[in-house]
Design a protein around this ligand. Sequence first.
Ligand code: GLN
Length: 483
Amino acid sequence: MHQMTLAEIARGLADKKFSSEELTKVLLARITQLDPQLNSFISLTEELALEQAKAADARRANGESGALLGAPIAHKDLFCTQGIRTSCGSKMLDNFKAPYDATVVAKLAAAGAVTLGKTNMDEFAMGSANESSWYGAVKNPWNLEHVPGGSSGGSAAAVAARLLPAATATDTGGSIRQPAAFTNLTGLKPTYGRVSRWGMIAYASSLDQGGPLARTAEDCAILLQGMAGFDQNDSTSIDEPVPDYSASLGDSLQGLRIGVPKEYFSAGLDPRIAELIQNSIKELQKLGAVIKEISLPNMQHAIPAYYVIAPAEASSNLSRFDGVRFGHRCEQPKDLIDLYKRSRGEGFGPEVQRRIMVGAYALSAGYYDAYYLKAQKIRRLVKNDFMAAFNEVDIILGPTTPNPAWKLGAKNSDPVAAYLEDVYTITANLAGLPGLSMPAGFVDGLPVGVQLLAPYFQEGRLLNVAHQYQLHTDWHTRTPQGF
Ligand code: GLN
């Protein structure tokens, strides 16, 4: 039962092969049995799950239908869930029970999805390895000595290990696509503004975007359908109609123009990954796609720009955690300054503190022009590169990451080494574009992802290309041993 995709579950429920309650019980038992090896969940919500499953079964018995009605999922632990701990992977919010549901959570619940729990993540979504969580590192089900990627590493490890079919995640600089690549999943970061950020604890507000992590493009289409849409509570949410993402999955790729940026194949890319990317290109050519070499000349500046802008926004967003209104408060503060200092010093881990310091520095008078303003100018150049490229091609293709998942602890002493691994993913966030990662093969038994980028609001196109590719390849069907 645990091997089923969301699409298969929807068919099984519609055909009355099993009930949502039965499936939910099987998956909860599986999580209890196997998750101690992975640490992919921060909280399990068994009671809520069984209640939602029974309600979904009752709705189906009354004639209702829908791909998400009775479908078990989990939420990354930065989506606010009413009355349930929403920790953001931080000691700061270990005691925080959200007073309301995030829009994404409410929409999925209304569609009948069943919440099994809240998944582990890098603290405040800062990281690429899921090692900065206060609740401990998450392990990669493909090799328990390796990281699952981050910051949505809990969602990725859980879905890859068949603990559940799909989960929500967020992507500020790659946190959906990179863990998808590291765990053999399909993950989609939508266009900025496509999915509401209301109730999603902010890291870098101009870059953050929620999206689906699942095993197939077909399942990402189902989950995205339940997440996307205008929300008047989010001032950056965009009032555009949501297309039927499942309806365009079958479209032909004949004549699809795929751009391959020459900058992607530089010295930093593992040659074995480069070869797998070339294979995926050949596969898409067989399906009718036409390949064109393109250039993204400002790509080399994207990492420094991102690692100024994201910490700058984070330093501002995280100023609300002051030990007064909610979150961790130190014992017996001497005075107000002592309260701020010790509450924040005790509540935030080292990576979060590093980013707050970098961000506050870049925003400070005297350095603002040299760092923050400069980074914003680079951001515009990065966007212009994409706009020029999309005049010539429909989709951009390349590797999701330069290397496969590294060993736990391997980059702990050198944060910049981890930042450099984001080279292919962060440009889509800087430009606000949609991006998808899908399985493309293995290196030393570890999964490799291929990334597709599209113009604004063309999530449907990305899902269509990935679905066609998955009809003709079987990388995405491979299961990690022991799961
Ligand atoms: N690795 C990037 C960072 O640490 C991206 C994280 C994310 O997308 N949330 O900021």
